[in-house]
Ligand binder design. Structure first.
Ligand code: SAM
Length: 221
């Protein structure tokens, strides 16, 4: 299939147009975040809706996210979980964490979402100790792409059988795209390595959808 950048962005725009309907809170969240100086690197509305659907399909009561930013993807995820569910989202940058916390409170999710000031490689192992092995219904990775393979053992420790590992930027980001030669960009190599690990791991069933910058979904058997 001819997947030129032009065709790719046309597809992404189509998906947001058709599947990206969102309420006033979500629609204004990233514009307000960008005005406050946060980077414009959240998932798209269509990916957000997909995350909500996955949380619902996973019957999620406990969700862990790595990479909060302004809380855009976290809001979609939290809206897909049970009414008594909880989302713990890891974010080491105080400005991002504080903005996200305000947003979760403003849309009525403050009591079910915890923004934890931690980097993924510190926060994930701590959560395995704290929540216990097999405690988590869905883990969403959206932080440092070069660290993706190192997040995996901890995410695997958290996930229950039937739980979902969901990975954003599985195919690319602003300055790299999958299929480049290995060794040029750590982000490319991290995403590629995790895709291949999940595809070959007998404990998982995995697939990748070319939605926006690619979303890999792996179900722990
Ligand atoms: C792509 S953004 C997350 C976007 C968010 N998931 C969304 O779609 O709304 C990545 C976030 O990861 C945060 N971050 C940076 N280093 C990190 C680390 N080591 N562990 C976890 N998060 C990190 C960044 O500050 C940034 O807010």
């Amino acid at each position: 299939m001819d997947m030129t950048p032009q065709r790719w962005s046309t597809t992404a725009a189509y998906l947001d147009d058709v599947f990206g309907d969102q309420d006033e809170h979500l629609g204004s969240l990233m514009p307000r975040a960008i005005e406050a100086g946060l980077p414009d690197i959240a998932v798209s509305p269509a990916v957000g809706r997909f995350l909500m659907l996955l949380a619902t399909m996973a019957d999620a009561r406990t969700i862990v996210e790595v990479g909060t930013l302004a809380g855009y993807s976290g809001t979609w995820l939290a809206r897909g979980m049970h009414a008594d569910g909880r989302l713990i989202t890891l974010e080491p940058v105080e400005k991002h964490a504080a903005f996200a916390e305000d947003g979760f409170a403003a849309c009525g999710l403050g009591d079910r979402v915890e923004v934890r000031r931690a980097a993924g490689l510190d926060g994930l192992p701590a959560l395995v100790d704290e929540l216990g092995a097999g405690s988590t219904d869905l883990v969403f990775l959206d932080a440092i792409k070069s660290e993706y393979p190192d997040y995996f053992p901890h995410a695997n420790g958290l996930l229950r059988p039937g739980g979902l590992l969901v990975v954003d930027n599985a195919l690319g980001s602003g300055d790299w795209w999958i299929g480049e030669p290995e060794g040029n960009r750590p982000a490319h190599d991290g995403a590629d390595r995790l895709n291949r690990m999940l595809a070959q791991d007998p404990r998982y069933d995995a697939a990748c959808l070319p939605i926006r910058e690619g979303v890999t979904v792996a179900r722990r058997k």
